[in-house]
Design a protein around this ligand. Sequence first.
Ligand SMILES: Nc1ncnc2c1ncn2[C@@H]1O[C@H](COP(=O)(O)OP(=O)(O)OP(=O)(O)O)[C@@H](O)[C@H]1O
Ligand SMILES: [Mg+2]
Length: 248
Amino acid sequence: MISFQNVHKSFGPKKVLQGVNLEIAKGTSMVIIGGSGTGKSVLLKSVLGLVTPETGTILVDGKDATSGDHDAFLARFGMLFQGGALFDSMPVWQNVSFRLLRGSLKRPKHEAREIAIEKLRRVGLTPDVADLFPSELSGGMQKRVGLARAIAAEPEIIFFDEPTTGLDPIMAGVINDLIREIVTEMGATAMTITHDMTSVRAIADNVAMLHDGVIQWTGPVAQMDDSGDPYLTQFISGSAEGPIEAVR
Ligand SMILES: Nc1ncnc2c1ncn2[C@@H]1O[C@H](COP(=O)(O)OP(=O)(O)OP(=O)(O)O)[C@@H](O)[C@H]1O
Ligand SMILES: [Mg+2]
């Protein structure tokens, strides 16, 4: 469903992606792990055209991500941004149903509101949250509103950037189960970034580790613990000793 072929992206002198190759099969859940600042968020954004790689190809469903009707292309995706990226001036329900209130996915207002309330329920939020503004929510609640927005239009492809960061362990478990359900029940293709190894084990079919601008290791989650890769092993164990330098 998604294919990265030799993708390079720099910001000024800073080389971030230095030849990323990765395949994500339709209806599977890929989890990207890797140190802070290694380019995981940049990788997701490059699929959506929010950052533009200098060289390389990104294919979605066999087609070049940068060609064709970009609105129709984006309508296939849902995305949870790492920082939430909620619209401050809109109540929660309009944030959640943002895509359903305009453009090609437009629905009548009352329907969009009902869908928003249903999606809020799926992420563990009650209907009274619908009329609050983002500034009136806790950090974890904002995260869940972002998640509800990502799934609101039932997209084919969903990107989750740090879905459980800032959530308590029980709510993180609920969100992990939800992501798993979206992939198995809705047949969606998911790409999730997380630092939470419990999440990795709960969500992933396959895992890819980004390090030094390339995919250092990728494989089924069941093979992660016996990979024999010193970088991956150090990352999983959270050890200060190993090939990854703790100071960058
Ligand atoms: N729009 C931008 N302009 C300039 N530099 C950027 C931009 N976006 C990202 N970068 C740089 O690219 C690098 C990778 O950033 P990215 O956000 O992808 O990291 P990450 O792997 O998601 O880290 P974290 O785990 O902390 O979220 C960082 O050095 C960052 O400063
Ligand atoms: Mg990030």
